[in-house]
Write a protein that binds this ligand. Structure first.
Ligand SMILES: *Cc1c(COP(=O)(O)O)cnc(C)c1O
Ligand code: SF4
Length: 459
């Protein structure tokens, strides 16, 4: 395969994107306006091989990576577009953009306190530990991506509103933490996208994990969108071979290596480069598990998921999660109600062989845990959502079902009410206790189901 030279585009050089210059002037101005507010980054592979420019603007890959006018309210959009059209200085445009960003809820309150471990009074930066067996690690230099998904909930990290970037240069910190936590079997490298790092750098994080004697560590996972947005990372980039050697080393040391690959649309799996990438990764002994959120305008049809899971199975990758889109940024643009998410999942799931039914979903990564919409049922005359924990802040909750009143409009756990006249869900009291222990200062400011925007919905 011919190597491709990575070329990134962002708001700053948006006028250099040849394909965009063919759009109408108003459309381009609107794209510029939205990209002042929401993070925008795209590369030549996405532009040339993933987006179908004949189908713009409906094209799902266009929707996935290019800022869309409908992501802002008309009022906000015009306020920025107008400044751009009048040729106002960039500073003026960005000041207005910043005002809009502040309204968009980049970080629902208080989520960090609950997941970031505190030891001897210090918060351990770069680590989140929510579910007993899996620690998340945010390598400091893996906090960006090869392109940005327009629905990304980590956008506050990319637009530089705050310093919430989890940066831990020290693999030592991670190893120390793991030594003290024998209950942990999995480390999940996440970001951004850790695969943005050169192999040399990634090695500095992974090798210490292998060299430390940590018999309880079974699995190293890497959350990544690189097979979708820059598959050359695994195939023809200068350090691709070295990366494959590193993967092989992990396997040789007796650890399981799982690439948690974020694929939003089957087209991302259908290019020769993506297929070559998956083949090479699998050739090292690593396993590719696939996950993505369900996004209106991008992948909100059962046919798309059915085709995607089928493609994954053909390539030897394992369908893993379908997520419900969470509550940050331009959620209104992407939101799919829970009943519809359940229907899309079920229709796709019904129509595919059992080997693809390793997938679970639709799942909400909410404050108490990962909650599956497992059914819609009528019980004693009441229509209900059957919900089930597949991960829980308290492990005792896992695999427990509970019921919520059916609600056409509900799109997230915090919009649901307990069924059968209960006044709260079974876990709420305990969750409140956990919160008050960990964050006495935040008590009262948190609702029961604050979503956790820094968790890996994707990569
Ligand atoms: C999803 C998630 C994990 C991994 O959960 P699995 O079900 O084991 O894939 C770990 N930590 C957090 C915070 C998560 O959201
Ligand atoms: S969803 Fe994942 S791949 Fe997409 S921009 Fe966000 S962190 Fe990057």
């Amino acid at each position: 395969m011919k190597p491709k030279v990575f070329q990134a585009y962002s708001r700053k050089n948006i006028d250099k994107i040849p394909q965009l210059q063919k759009l109408s002037k108003d459309h381009l101005t609107a794209i510029k306006a939205v990209s002042s507010v929401l993070p925008f980054r795209v590369n030549n592979y996405v532009l040339e091989e993933l987006i179908d420019w004949n189908r713009v603007p409906e094209d799902p890959m266009f929707q996935l990576t290019i800022p869309q006018p409908g992501m802002l309210t008309d009022e906000d959009l015009y306020s920025v577009a107008d400044l751009i059209q009048r040729g106002e200085p960039d500073q003026t445009v960005m000041a207005q953009a910043r005002r809009i960003q502040m309204k968009l809820n980049p970080h629902p309150a208080g989520q960090m306190e609950l997941n970031v471990p505190v030891e001897q009074g210090d918060r351990i930066q770069g680590i989140q530990h929510k579910y007993k067996e899996t620690v998340l690690f945010f390598p400091g230099q893996g906090q960006t991506c090869h392109a940005y998904c327009t629905y990304c909930f980590r956008w506050a990290q990319f637009v530089g509103i705050d310093d919430l970037k989890f940066a831990s240069r020290e693999a030592e910190v991670l190893v120390d933490y793991l030594r003290k936590h024998p209950e942990v079997t999995d480390v999940l490298f996440t970001g951004g996208d850790p695969m943005i790092m050169k192999t040399r750098l990634l090695r500095r994080y992974i090798e210490p994990l292998l060299e430390a004697d940590l018999p309880h560590l079974q699995t190293i996972r890497i959350g990544t969108k690189a097979p979708a947005y820059w598959p050359f990372r695994f195939v023809t980039d200068r350090d691709a071979d070295d990366l494959m050697l590193l993967f092989e080393e992990v396997i040789k040391r007796g650890k399981h290596l799982a690439l948690m690959a974020h694929f939003s649309h089957p087209r991302e799996l259908e290019t020769p480069a993506a297929q070559a990438a998956i083949k090479r990764i699998r050739g090292t002994g690593a396993v590719v598990r696939c996950q993505a959120p369900l996004i209106r305008n991008v992948n909100d049809s059962s046919a798309v998921w059915n085709r995607m899971w089928g493609e994954q199975v053909k390539l030897g990758a394992i369908p893993y999660y379908m997520f419900v889109e969470r509550d940050t940024g331009p959620k209104h643009y992407f939101e799919v109600p829970l009943h519809r998410a359940f229907e899309i999942f079920s229709d796709a799931y019904r129509a595919i062989s059992g080997v693809a039914r390793t997938v679970r979903g639709p799942s909400m990564s909410a404050t108490p845990g990962k909650v599956l919409v497992d059914g819609i049922a009528e019980i004693g005359g009441q229509k209900v959502f059957v919900l089930k924990f597949i991960q829980g802040r308290d492990p005792e909750w896992v695999n427990r079902v509970f019921f919520a009143e059916y609600d056409e409009k509900a799109a997230w756990l915090d919009q649901l009410r307990p069924a059968f006249g209960e006044d709260r869900f079974f876990f709420e009291k305990q969750l409140a206790d956990i919160k008050s222990q960990k964050t006495p200062q935040a008590e009262g400011s948190l609702s029961a189901f604050e979503p956790m925007p820094l968790e890996p919905v994707a990569s």
